[in-house]
Design a binder for this molecule. Sequence first.
Ligand SMILES: *[C@@H]1O[C@H](CO)[C@@H](O)[C@H](O)[C@H]1NC(C)=O
Ligand SMILES: *[C@@H]1O[C@H](CO)[C@@H](O)[C@H](O)[C@H]1NC(C)=O
Ligand SMILES: *[C@@H]1O[C@H](CO)[C@@H](O)[C@H](O)[C@H]1NC(C)=O
Length: 393
Amino acid sequence: MKSSWGLVGLVVLLCAGSWGPVAMAAEPQAVALAKRMAKTSMSLWAVTGPAKDRFQYELGVFLRGIELVYEETHDEKYIDYIKFKVDRFVADNGTINYNSSQLTLDDILTGRLVLTLYEKTKETKYKKAADMLIDQLKVQPRTKEGGFWHKLIYPYQMWLDGLYMAEPFYAEYAKIFHQPSFFNDVAKQFIIMEKRSRDAKTGLLYHGYDESRVQSWADPKTGRSPSFWGRAVGWYFMGLVDTLDFFPVYHPKRAELLAILKRLAVAVEKVQDGKSGLWWQVLDKPKKKGNYLESSASAMFVYSYARGVRKGYLPKKYLKTAKKGYAGIVKNFLVYTSDGGLDYTRIASVGGLGGTPYRNGTFEYYISEPIATNDPKGVGPFMMASIEISHVK
Ligand SMILES: *[C@@H]1O[C@H](CO)[C@@H](O)[C@H](O)[C@H]1NC(C)=O
Ligand SMILES: *[C@@H]1O[C@H](CO)[C@@H](O)[C@H](O)[C@H]1NC(C)=O
Ligand SMILES: *[C@@H]1O[C@H](CO)[C@@H](O)[C@H](O)[C@H]1NC(C)=O
């Protein structure tokens, strides 16, 4: 008798460990899911990683997810982890161990966590480290009309990705260290990118723009790359929402940024898959063979809509869009692991333009890249989306 009750107890315990709903009763399900994702990813990348283990955007977007979990839970283990990960690259003298001569916007993003640590600790090393990134932006090459090149190796090119990589950091730095002139430049980046990449018919943004028209992916007339890649639009969308948090309310360009955000919100909602609530790898070609519902872009859009509404940047009606998207994510992309963690599946591993081997920006290119589980570009946005959704009433 006693031993069989023991067995039942054990089974109940195991279920509680492997099935969220039992353990989650006390808090919103979305927060519990974010914590499960944090558990898995913090253990996968306990010391090294994610990805190439460098001070660049894959670390940054992942840690932004952890940061939102920290803000929600106030559990110090999350901020301790962020500090540990950032301090692996930031020396006590404030030098960041990264190659600033490569002039890639991708390396700026993790600066957001540097600013978080500065705000929390007021240690001068974090101020110095942030200055080092600003020094890069000061010499970042630009298109003739003033847009940052995405990287030195991608001359005269602006990619949507870059707007998430650099602008929220640039704007937050400007706010913390009182550099009002930076805000003009921040606004200019979003405005140029929209002007150059927006398709008048769908309202969507093409992934890249080559001012020189040298790239074979670039349309000879417009300089645009040929496709609407989900995650690229997601980067731009999140970048704008996050930037607005730091952008002065009295600034003359704020209204223009809000107008861009609203135009984008309209366009992205139109390509939300009606059945699943998710978004396609190539946004405007749902029926085309080989296209698939992609999880990083879906999380980015859910985050952007939910946060955009919560912060008052977008109309309330988009909560429906966000909720529908999140329900699709929960239904389609999550695998609960037996240790109480979570795997996030169906993440496009990469998407770029040009380089070697040459990426031609076509539909065929985007669907040819591998699909991954627990890639930081999906893991981070999933945590962000979950935390934002938990605030939706
Ligand atoms: C800062 O510290 C790092 C690591 O200890 C070292 O490599 C670098 O030379 C130092 N930089 C300066 C300017 O002192
Ligand atoms: C840093 O990047 C520049 C430009 O790509 C390159 O010439 C240089 O060799 C790199 N330095 C290191 C230490 O990798
Ligand atoms: C573009 O690249 C893809 C693979 O990435 C290939 O399948 C396709 O044929 C290429 N298209 C053109 C027009 O070169």
